[in-house]
Design a protein. Structure first.
Lengths: 268, 300
């Protein structure tokens, strides 16, 4: 073996430190949600389940979750269509400006979030003179969700090749039948993985949302952000935070089942 | 007269069939159909937006009516360049982004190496899942968690350090760096892991056979080979840190990054906020131009 035992222990040590670095803060969030104290105090002196039952009946949280889910689902649909079309165009055709376009597609997530956010807000307010609404948020979210859909679909298209489609056409199927019976079923996994990712991205987005949402449209991240600095809301925020930490296992589980195209569980 | 073509039954000539045949023949029509919608969306909504933001940076604000005056001027850029406070904010932001990047490499490279080359079979899969899972946890929740970690006095780090006589970092630049490192660490580990996985183990063994000690093998074999992957990771950590302002708002105390200045000014003086917002874009473009040669951009 090429590693001395000392080197092996050193690396294992860093790995353990790294995992502790990742999980200690998340554990703190979980433990804190049972903290009986209404103000932050570490270590907790007493534990209670009271705050968890409180959140169930909290209308603000419920509305925020519904708004987030609604925005996430619509944005994902829009991004799925647009990102899918782009992936087909860029992987199957060569045309003038293709290289440039493939670089431009990733700009919405490559540029710092505040730049995308301010740019979209400026466009909505000063250039198009549109009132901000839930739809401006949807448009903004779709714009950066396109990138992840595009990435997932293009990765699948590259691996898939065109021979199966050619075979289908040789056997007499027209373009539409081939798409419905061959191409689409092969793409379904990538579309689902990308959709999961796009939804996750939209559900979690705060910077662009803050800039494109009018007062009154409150997504879950905006709700958390607004209540973060209100001392009497701390227990409820703690519970919401803990619930979100626990929920993050769900997409990992689904994406493992889907066996996506990238190592990041598709998250990058 | 009968030819060979007659023996093959002609396909049904329905409208659908004809459209399909036309599409098959006409590459241009297919391409237009594919590109029109996404191009309209990206160009009309996004690029127009970014372009207008950059244009707004060249506009000025009427001091009397507070309306944006649409005449080109470099006054905003002059104001930013001649004011030391903005140089300081830029310097602080770049320092934070660079520190976060260095910390992510220092922690992420050994972690990725352990995952790719030391862990075997099942434990490797578990480790990957353990590194990915926090990516799905909410961004705000993670920053919130660090607020609890770094709190001066009763924070978790202060509590852990108390037996050793250590204090917590408190709110400020160190807290921002720690939190951002925490947020972007997986974006460094995963590209490096992918790079290391592509690298054959035999290279490491060859280096060992030739007398290379672990450190020498690491320096002369591993690092040069995964260099593009490391650079790919730094693009994420650097860019994401440059544009962040929520973290500084929550755990930064009085510490400010460029994003905070944009956030505070966009409502009152949009042209000025737009000017500040172009600074991270310029820095990022310079950085991308510098690393382009390493081939890292193909690894994104």
């Amino acid at each position: 073996m090429y590693l001395s035992s000392r080197a092996r222990w050193a690396i294992r040590f860093v790995m353990v430190i790294g995992l502790a670095f990742i999980y200690v803060p998340l554990a703190v969030v979980l433990i804190n949600s049972f903290n009986a104290s209404t103000v932050f105090a570490w270590p907790p002196q007493q534990f209670t389940l009271h705050w968890w039952s409180d959140v169930w009946s909290n209308a603000g949280v419920r509305d925020a979750i519904l708004t987030s889910v609604k925005i996430g689902l619509i944005s994902t649909r829009v991004a799925m269509v647009l990102g899918g079309l782009l992936a087909f165009a860029l992987s199957r055709y060569t045309f003038f400006g293709r290289q440039t376009l493939s670089l431009l597609v990733i700009l919405p997530i490559a540029l710092p979030g505040i730049v995308t956010a301010l740019a979209l807000r400026t466009a909505f307010r000063t250039i198009l003179s549109v009132e901000l609404s839930i739809w401006t948020v949807v448009i903004a979210h779709s714009t950066f969700c396109i990138v992840v859909m595009y990435n997932n679909v293009i990765a699948r298209l590259r691996r898939m090749g065109t021979s199966l489609e050619a075979a289908s056409m040789d056997l007499g199927a027209d373009s539409f039948t081939t798409f419905r019976r061959v191409t689409f079923p092969l793409l379904r996994g990538a579309l689902l993985a990308g959709g999961l990712l796009a939804f996750g991205l939209s559900f979690d987005e705060i910077v662009v949302t803050l800039f494109t949402a009018p007062p009154g449209v409150t997504t879950l991240p905006i709700w958390i952000f607004q209540n973060l600095f209100r001392p009497n809301q701390a227990p409820v925020v703690n519970v919401v935070a803990a619930a979100l930490v626990l929920l993050s296992i769900v997409p990992i589980y689904i994406s493992q089942r889907l066996a996506g195209d990238s190592t990041g569980g598709g998250r990058m | 007269m009968a030819t060979a073509a007659d023996t093959v039954a002609a396909p049904r000539q329905s409208v659908r069939r004809r459209v399909s045949a036309y599409l098959f023949r006409s590459r241009r029509t297919r391409l237009t159909a594919l590109l029109t919608l996404p191009m309209l969306w990206l160009v009309v909504i996004y690029f127009a937006a970014v372009f207008s933001l950059l244009a707004t940076a060249l506009f000025s604000l009427d001091s009397f009516t507070s309306a944006v005056v649409r005449t080109l001027t470099l006054a905003n850029f002059r104001a930013v360049f001649t004011e030391p406070a903005y140089w300081r904010a830029t310097g602080q932001t770049v320092t934070v982004a660079a520190s976060v990047t260095v910390l992510c490499i220092a922690l992420g490279l050994p972690m990725a190496f352990y995952m790719a080359k030391v862990a075997q079979g099942r434990s490797r899969g578990v480790l990957i899942a353990l590194v990915i899972t926090p990516l799905w946890a909410s961004y705000l929740v993670k920053v919130y968690a660090w607020q609890a970690m770094v709190q001066p006095g009763n924070g978790v780090i202060a509590w852990l350090g108390k037996p050793f006589g250590l204090q917590g970092p408190g709110l400020g630049m160190v807290a921002v760096i720690l939190t951002l490192t925490y947020l972007w660490l997986p974006y460094m580990v995963l590209p490096i892991y992918a790079g290391l996985e592509r690298m054959p183990d035999s290279l490491l063994e060859a280096s060992g056979d030739l007398g290379g000690r672990p450190w020498r093998t690491f320096r002369s074999v591993v690092v040069p080979l995964v260099y593009p992957s490391i650079i790919a990771g730094t693009i994420f950590t650097f860019s994401l840190s440059l544009g962040d302002y929520i973290t500084a708002q929550i755990v930064g105390g009085k510490f400010q990054m460029l994003g905070n200045i944009v956030y505070q000014n966009y409502a009152a003086n949009l042209p000025f906020a737009a000017t500040i917002a172009t600074i991270p874009v310029i820095i990022m473009v310079i950085y991308l131009a510098l690393v382009r040669r390493t081939g890292a951009l193909d690894n994104l």
